[in-house]
Design a protein around this ligand. Structure first.
Ligand code: GDP
Ligand code: MN
Length: 376
């Protein structure tokens, strides 16, 4: 789960990472009040959960109240990558000498959390990696020991020649590490971390929480921005289905995560791309199947649906009932291939006898058929 810059900055303040003076506003009328607390120059920053807001014009520097009001009006009427800007962060602009990058994430190849730092801040880290790979310093962290101070010092010594600044860097890196582990994050990032008047200040802030750890931090749920989330994934969560939207054309409804993965692999093997991962779970009901169909049909990329069920506790006739229900209520224009095997397989077949569903006896046959039917 991603949170906005202004929310991430609140975590920074709680952990005493220096941030600029800021006020969040949601409309033009709030500018005057904000101005009673902020000094010019001021940066107005769109709060949207997508990258590249700066390039889209969502970050503007203003010298006067008139300029600021113009910028606020303009940014609040903007849509950046399909998301309407509803909130603006007004920040006292920091006059700085140099920009740095500091981030913590999980490095899957190293199988470890890593702290990444660079003296080439301001750009995306991907861009730094491309243009100045020699300027990136990476050090591994431990979930138990977190950031050992000698490691932080090694990194600090690469970025700063001044001992006092190295110490300040170590402090900030340690605090950022604590946020990362305390809240089980996927990413915490300061870009840029700026050097201004012998202080290090976090001018931007990004935090992404690991969804799998959220149940341990129920208070974070209140920070969720529903606008930024895939509607179908939200519906799936409510229906207790594991669903991940992907970009291919073959919709998949499968029971069991392992079988769902294997189905996706097979679809790729036969030359197509899955439109989603969807596991209806072990003990399914017609209702779950009905919901699964509703969710898959929301995706306009879907050219056909493969239902792959290995009936154990899941009864094939329950699945068939759900399919019939969906066929009755939705106008389905795409082909459906079903491979239903196991518990109550015959009952399922009888239920679907007069439906437009194409049957397959094996998984491979089902995949081949749906790939054939969805070929453009
Ligand atoms: P992003 O485009 O979403 O990463 O938004 P940032 O908050 O990082 O702002 C984009 C860029 O604007 C930064 O990399 C800085 O170069 C500049 N910027 C942002 N805030 C300030 C500030 O307070 N002072 C100065 N001088 N530049 C800033
Ligand atoms: Mn930034």
């Amino acid at each position: 789960m991603k949170i906005h810059e202004y929310q991430a900055k609140e975590f920074f303040r709680k952990y005493n990472i220096p941030t600029p003076k800021e006020k969040l506003i949601t409309n033009l009328d709030e500018v005057d009040l904000a101005l009673s607390e902020l000094n010019f120059p001021i940066v107005a920053k769109a709060q949207v959960l997508v990258g590249g807001r700066g390039k889209a014009g969502g970050v503007q520097f203003c010298q006067t109240p008139e300029e600021l009001k113009e910028a606020v009006k303009r940014i609040l009427s903007m849509t950046i990558k399909n998301l309407a800007v509803k909130k603006l962060l007004l920040a006292e602009a920091v006059k700085y000498e140099k920009e740095f990058y500091l981030g913590i994430t999980i490095d899957r190849e190293r199988r470890a959390p890593v702290l990444i730092a660079s003296a080439a801040g301001g750009m995306d880290i991907e861009e730094i990696a491309l243009r100045h790979p020699e300027q990136i310093v990476i050090t591994e962290l431990s979930p138990f020991l977190r950031l050992k101070s000698y490691k932080a010092r090694e990194v600090g010594n690469v970025l700063f020649s001044d001992k006092e600044l190295v110490n300040k860097f170590i402090e900030i890196a340690a605090k950022l590490t604590n946020i990362f582990f305390d809240y089980e994050c996927n990413l915490v990032e300061i870009n840029p971390l700026v050097l201004a008047d012998r202080e290090l200040v976090a001018v931007d802030a990004k935090i992404v929480f690991d969804d799998n750890g959220l149940y341990r931090h129920p208070e974070l749920e209140a920070l969720r921005d529903l606008d930024a989330e895939e509607k179908s994934e939200l519906l799936a969560k409510q229906a207790d289905l594991s669903y991940v939207k992907l970009t291919g054309h073959v919709g998949c409804i499968v029971n069991g995560a392992g079988l769902a993965m294997a189905t996706m692999d097979l679809i790729k093997k036969y030359g197509a791309e899955p439109a989603n991962f969807l596991d209806i779970g072990g003990s399914s009901s017609p209702q779950k199947m009905r919901e699964a169909m509703r969710i898959i049909l929301m995706d306009k990329n879907v050219r056909g649906i493969l239902v792959n069920i290995f009936g154990g506790i899941t009864r094939c006739d329950d699945v068939a009932q759900g399919l019939l229900w969906a066929l009755k209520e939705e106008e389905i224009k795409v082909p459906i291939v079903a491979r239903l095997t196991g518990t109550n397989e015959l009952e399922a077949r009888m239920l679907l006898e007069n439906s437009p569903i194409v049957f397959a006896r094996t998984m491979t046959e089902g995949v081949k058929k749906i790939v054939e039917l969805t070929r453009s």
